[in-house]
Design a binder for this molecule. Sequence first.
Ligand code: CAA
Length: 389
Amino acid sequence: MSFEKIGIDKIGFYTPEFYLDLADLAQARQVDPNKFKIGIGQDQQTILPADQDVVTMAANAAAPILTAEERAQIDLVIFASESGIDQSKAGSLYLQRLLGLSQAARAFEIKEACYGATAGLQMAYDHLTAHPDSQKVLVVASDVARYGIETAGEVTQGAGAVAMLVTRAPRILVLNQPSAYFSEEVMDFWRPNYSDTAFAKGKFSTEQYLRFLEIVWREYQTKTQEQLTDFTALLFHIPYTKLGLKGLRQMTADASEDVQQRLLQKFETATIYNRRVGNIYTGSLYLSLLSLLQNAQLADSTKLGLFSYGSGAVGEFFSGEIQSGYQQMAGLTNVADLLDRRQQLTVKEYEQMFAQTLPTDGSTLEIAPVSPLAEFHLTGITAHQRQYR
Ligand code: CAA
């Protein structure tokens, strides 16, 4: 086993520049706004415009955090997504070109619903452990969560990408081993190839999330002998913040009131951004990490526990240790500013944006840029090929 410190050295984020206030959605759907705000635990959701997709969001998340030297050093590019743009070609290849990454690299895409980025992170760890000459790995989680107009899942939609540079001697979070994981074929949430919206057995999916959490947390404790009191904060996959809260309550049910309060306060800090962005599937856990890193004061070597869940289903519980001076590398993207600068849409405008689709018959469509903060845009499609600038 390696004793090298490997983990997250830099982290970046991009979310499209339009949002819907969920009080407006509640009114349009004739639902009490408190159901969305308190019952679901979400305030806003990002809406994806025509000039963005999972590739441009990934590039927009990664570009601002990478130096020219790092771009040349990355020899593994992992693109994790539930909502990839192609059944065959990996999103990481577009990313490699757009970002000017080294071509002496492995580049591929990973899919397992909301678990893909965690698989990517663990694979990055293994790659750096197994290849002493390798220096840096880029893991990008990019998704648009679409359930459809007037569906139960509509309130939990969202879009965004998280980019993580994984290295030795990382400056944000050292990943600890071992972790605990569990997989089982479960039909709780899925998206057949012919559908651009997800199918979910809503209540059943929340039960599976909590069941998998219980299994991997118990297994993690058996493997490591660690207790709740060893953790400064617990982070969760956040399809919507209320489900993470249920996970926290389940884990802390037998804890002292002090421990419950301390972890609850950190949970609230860790979900500030998720409340405003919505579900970004495989990036959601890492957006929660970013929310904690940018809004809490964490002491050196503080231990974080992370629960990753991807429907279908895979669960993993792992931990990481905060590195001194983490604020600088965790603050490369000013997320609060990005969220504040988004443009609010009416429900009607959201529905129009949601209905926009690309031609599937090979015809040409040009798309005007509408995202001023984005460096990369989808400019159109021609002969079934997406065009990026
Ligand atoms: N004020 C306050 N709270 C209210 C309220 C009001 N006026 N009205 C209702 N509520 C509460 C309810 O009591 C309920 O609380 P509890 O969960 O604590 O019981 C909560 O609001 C939600 O109400 P419902 O259960 O009636 O909500 P719903 O039937 O509309 O469905 C949902 C909710 C199942 C999450 C649905 O939004 C959905 O299907 N979402 C998509 C699937 C999903 O996100 N699953 C998560 C697990 S799968 C996963 O993690 C992978 C992934 O990312 C998809």
